[in-house]
Design a protein around this ligand. Structure first.
Ligand code: PMM
Length: 286
């Protein structure tokens, strides 16, 4: 892996993800899009077969596998580093077998108790995101005493559980889960105090790309949220802010804008706050 912040390009092989649902459900289109993101500078392509948009219906494991496995097999043959975005151990196992190198679990192991074992056995990097429940219920779970303190405590518990199940601590990446059981105010508070998340001592991934709170921030004069196509500049801004605050990586749909903005940030020599130990962070995707 190249040094410096990791840019993860999103490849949703789903008919119903909130911003790109249906666009890449055809295998050839999905593979072509992943190649484009790689050419634009993505370090890692995150392949997902189940939408996590608020209110989304779940699909069964067989459907999820039938969406992601062929795409992962084809992309892995090209040598592109891949992660699988899944909360199911069975899907993760098939994806790893097909050539995925990383498991990105938005539930941080909560949705499927068998996940940590699959990750431990594979010895692969594991993204543990903060999560409180599936898409249907997450809005009502957005209650915190102090969102940053609570998210950090819950992430620490998830990390401890993964380590107890055999996952190597140096393989773990954490993610505060913007938009998952979070109100817009919660997302902004986590952004403002990201240094408290990086202070946990593990590499931090941030996924703000095109999320609804950015649409709400950019609402028009009549209060209508900015549609997702108009959220790219705001997404790029969140990528730079996150990396400058010490994030290890960002997960984005439109790769080039973030890669370019991070090149500017790097060339500027602007200081990076509360940086996770770069050598340790770099080792994560080897
Ligand atoms: N967000 C989504 C899906 N997967 N994974 C991580 N680690 N962090 C995120 O914030 C995250 C994720 C939802 O967005 P999508 O529909 O764009 O995939």
């Amino acid at each position: 892996m190249p040094p410096g912040p990791v840019v993860m390009g999103v490849l949703n092989v789903t008919p119903d993800s909130f911003s790109d649902g249906g666009r890449f459900s055809d295998r050839a289109a999905a593979v072509a899009h992943a190649m484009d993101m790689r050419a634009a500078g993505a370090d890692l392509i995150d392949v997902g077969g189940e939408s996590t948009r608020p209110g989304a219906e779940r699909v069964d494991a067989e459907t999820e596998i039938s969406r992601v496995a062929p795409v992962i097999t084809e992309l892995a043959a090209t040598g592109i580093p891949l992660s699988v975005d899944t909360t199911r151990a069975a899907v993760a196992a098939v994806a790893l077998e097909a050539g995925a190198a990383v498991v990105n679990d938005v539930s941080g192991g909560l949705a499927d108790p068998a996940m940590a074992k699959v990750v431990a056995e594979a010895g692969c990097p594991y993204v543990i995101m903060h999560w409180r429940g599936h898409s249907k219920t997450m809005a009502e779970l957005a209650r915190y005493h102090d969102v940053v303190t609570d998210v950090c405590a819950e992430l620490r518990t998830r990390v401890d559980e993964a380590v107890a199940a055999g996952v190597a601590p140096e393989k773990i990446v954490i993610d505060p889960g913007l938009g998952f059981a979070k109100t817009p105010a919660h997302n902004w508070e986590l952004t403002r105090r990201l240094h408290e998340v990086t202070a946990l001592g593990l590499p931090v991934l941030i996924g703000a790309s095109r999320k609804r709170y950015l649409g709400e921030l950019l609402a028009d004069a009549d209060g209508r949220d900015r549609p997702f196509e108009g959220r790219e500049a705001a997404t790029v801004a969140t990528s730079v802010l996150a990396v400058a605050a010490g994030a290890w990586g960002v997960r984005v749909h439109e790769v080039r804008g973030t890669v370019d903005a991070l090149a500017v940030w790097r060339a500027s020599g602007a200081p990076r706050l509360a940086v996770t130990d770069p050598d340790r962070a770099r080792g994560h995707l080897r």
